[in-house]
Every structure is written in structure tokens, then in C-alpha cells.
Design a protein around this ligand. Structure first.
Ligand code: NAI
Ligand code: MG
Length: 348
């Protein structure tokens, strides 16, 4: 019987409500599918920072290395400088563990009303470059307190960084509907993103069976709303992927519906699974947060670990639950966070 060691980092805000519910689902599905999970919880994040002046201890990354995967909520609190959560936790884990793919699926949930015009079935995956691009935090501020103050951030796109995420996207398309739409803005970012286009074009030539389409980010935001059924795999940069995945959440019906994986495809390090949204301090502590995205992240984690049947049964149980009208407030329902997990477990 396989046994998986999972590090659990609920983080802040609603992370502390939805992660435990996701864990209940994981334990229930493990029982049904004959594997076991051994979990260890780490109380890291902005709350930890308020007491310890750091988001995770000095040996935090080293500690996580010993696990098969990390099951994460989100980090950030209104009382803490919001330039820190990404720098000191999320981006740190993503880069130290070569989680260069952020795999963020978007699909229709049965029984959930969507705010968009298209009524067609939607099923695509955003593959967001997760280690470089606009989020490398190379830059600085010059004389910020003066009239001539300035701030600079530099984006970094390396051949290696582009090639590896492009290969992931094209391989993924082969398991789906054989189409990659790569999203760019090379008509204005004429150095960085035209290089991105060129390297993706070179990788695309190695996958002649996969349709390769290029689209600009401005048009793609419109297409996400007007014609989202055209997408299969959406390959994009760190910043664009961050923005598009919230839009992906919105077109599903709520940010709370989106699950994701920060993936190290070579499996040299643990991958980390988290919902696409943040710690939602505006609704924290009320047991009303939507946990579907956190539960979907559990399915993505089990899939990554090789437990495909368990992952599929979680997805089927999610679909049954939403069809039965088990919907949280953000979806127009009245189910609590724990009601949703109860329903998913009952439907497994
Ligand atoms: P957010 O995603 O936390 O919230 C945006 C809006 O969506 C809020 O109105 C919230 O109530 C709602 N929402 C989000 N998740 C929901 C759920 N599961 N169920 C129901 N409603 C939900 O983004 P915001 O407000 O921009 O950021 C809040 C904090 O989270 C900040 O400190 C930010 O830095 C952090 N953050 C952390 C992330 C991470 O750890 N990966 C990602 C994004 C934001
Ligand atoms: Mg985001």
C-alpha cells in the first residue's frame, strides 16, 4: 500500500478553514482507494511572521524537501506588508523547488451559474510560467521620497525557462485536445516577449501534431469572456498567467472554484498544490469560504502522485455536490465551508 508524506501549510485567513476541509476529503478518498497519507502541519505565513519576523523558519525549505508534496492554502494578512508573502513564501517555494509550471485548470461546474455569455462547455488549462518573467523581483527604488523618485522592476525570460514550460504545455496538449494557445504581448514588449515567442515557436516545431496559436494578452482577456470554449492549453507568462487565472476563476463562477498545482515536472522536489485565490481576509473566520478550489487542488495533488483513480473520484464527487446545489454564498447558495466537504465526502 502506497503511503504519501504530505506537508500541510494552511497559511492565513481562509486557508485555515478550507485546508482542513480539503484534508478531510483526502483522508476519505485514501481510505476508499487503499493508500495512506501521513500529514504534518506547519503554521507558517503572515501570522507566523507577526510573531517570528519571518514567513517560514530558516530550515523551512529544507524541511519541506522531505515530503512528497505540499498542500497549501494561501498567505497574506492586512496587518503585514503585502510585498512580503510572495517574496518570502510563495515565490520562494516555487523557485527553490523548480516548480516552474503553474498548472491552473478552468472548467464548467455543473449546477453553477456563470457570469459569461457563452453557455458552451469550457475545459482548458492555463500553464503559467512560474519561476521567472515579471515576478523575479529584480529592480529597485531610487529616491522614493523625492519628487524625482522612481521604481524599476525588470522581467527576465531565459531560453531554458521558456523551453521547459513550453515542453510541458505541448506535452499536456497531446493528452487533451491537441491545441496550445500561447499568450504574449510581443507587439509592445519587443525584446522580452518577442524572444518568448521565438523560443516557443522553436519548441512548437517539435510538436507538429499540436495546433499552435498565438494571441495577445489584451485580446485573450476578451476571448476568455466571449469565446472561452476555444481554449485547450493556454501557455503564458508569470504575470499574465496570474491575472488570467483569476479571470478563469471568475468565468467558472467564483475565484473559490479554481484549483492549481505548482509543479516540478521532473519530480526532483515536492510540488505544491493550492487554490488560485488569496487568503480572503474579508470573509475569513465565518465558515463561508468556498473550498471547492482547495479540494480540486487535492485532486491535482493525488493525480501528480500517481493516484489517478482517487483524483477522478474527487472530481466526480465535486460535480455531484454542485449538481445537488451544495453551493457556498459566493455561488448564490447557503452551504458553509464544512457543508461542502461533507457533501463531497458523502458523494465519493
Ligand atoms: P483574494 O483572492 O484573497 O480575494 C479576492 C476576493 O475573492 C475577495 O472578495 C474574497 O472574499 C473572494 N474570495 C477569494 N477566495 C474565495 C473563496 N474561496 N470563497 C469565497 N470567496 C473568495 O485576493 P486579495 O483580496 O487580492 O488578497 C488578499 C490577500 O491574499 C493579500 O494579502 C494577498 O497578497 C494574498 N494572496 C495570496 C496568494 C497566495 O498565497 N498564493 C495569492 C493571491 C493573494
Ligand atoms: Mg494570483
Amino acid at each position: 500500500m502506497s503511503n504519501y508524506k504530505i506537508a500541510v501549510v494552511p497559511g492565513d485567513g481562509i486557508g485555515n478553514e478550507i485546508v482542513p476541509e480539503g484534508l478531510r476529503v483526502i483522508k476519505a478518498v485514501a481510505k476508499k482507494h487503499n493508500f495512506s497519507v501521513e500529514t504534518e502541519e506547519f503554521g507558517w505565513g503572515a501570522g507566523y511572521y507577526l510573531k517570528n519576523n519571518q514567513f517560514l523558519p530558516d530550515n523551512g525549505i529544507e524541511t519541506l524537501k522531505a515530503f512528497d508534496a505540499v498542500y497549501f492554502g494561501s498567505v497574506g494578512l492586512p496587518a503585514v506588508d503585502d510585498t512580503l508573502p510572495a517574496k518570502d513564501y510563495t515565490f520562494k517555494v516555487r523557485t527553490h523547488f523548480n516548480q516552474y509550471v503553474n498548472h491552473r485548470p478552468v472548467r464548467t461546474y455543473p449546477g453553477v451559474t456563470r457570469p459569461i455569455r457563452s453557455e458552451k462547455h469550457i475545459d482548458f488549462v492555463i500553464v503559467r510560467e512560474n519561476n521567472e518573467g515579471e515576478f523575479v523581483q529584480m529592480g529597485g527604488q531610487y529616491l522614493p521620497d523625492f519628487e524625482n523618485g522612481m521604481g524599476i522592476d525588470t522581467s527576465v525570460f531565459t531560453r531554458k525557462g521558456i523551453e521547459r514550460v513550453a515542453h510541458y504545455a505541448f506535452k499536456l496538449a497531446r493528452t487533451r485536445r491537441n491545441k496550445v494557445t500561447h499568450i504574449t504581448k510581443s507587439n509592445t514588449l519587443i525584446n522580452s516577449l518577442s524572444y518568448w515567442d521565438r523560443v516557443i515557436g522553436e519548441v512548437a516545431e517539435q510538436y507538429p501534431d499540436v495546433e499552435h496559436q498565438q494571441m495577445y494578452i489584451d485580446n485573450s482577456t476578451a476571448m476568455f469572456v466571449l469565446k472561452p470554449e476555444q481554449f485547450d492549453v493556454v501557455l503564458t507568462t508569470n504575470l499574465f498567467g496570474d491575472i488570467l487565472s483569476d479571470l478563469g476563476g471568475a468565468i467558472m463562477g467564483s475565484l473559490g472554484l479554481g484549483g492549481s498545482g505548482n509543479i516540478n515536472p521532473e519530480k526532483e522536489f515536492p510540488s505544491m498544490f493550492e487554490p488560485i485565490h488569496g487568503s480572503a481576509p474579508d470573509i475569513a473566520g465565518q465558515n463561508i469560504a468556498n473550498p471547492y478550489g482547495q479540494i480540486w487542488s487535492a485532486a491535482l495533488m493525488l493525480e501528480h502522485l500517481g493516484e489517478t483513480e482517487a483524483a477522478n473520484s474527487i472530481m466526480e464527487a465535486i460535480d455531484k455536490s454542485t449538481s445537488q446545489g451544495v453551493l457556498t454564498v459566493d455561488l448564490g447558495g447557503s452551504a458553509s465551508t464544512s457543508d461542502v466537504a461533507d457533501a463531497v465526502i458523502a458523494n465519493l
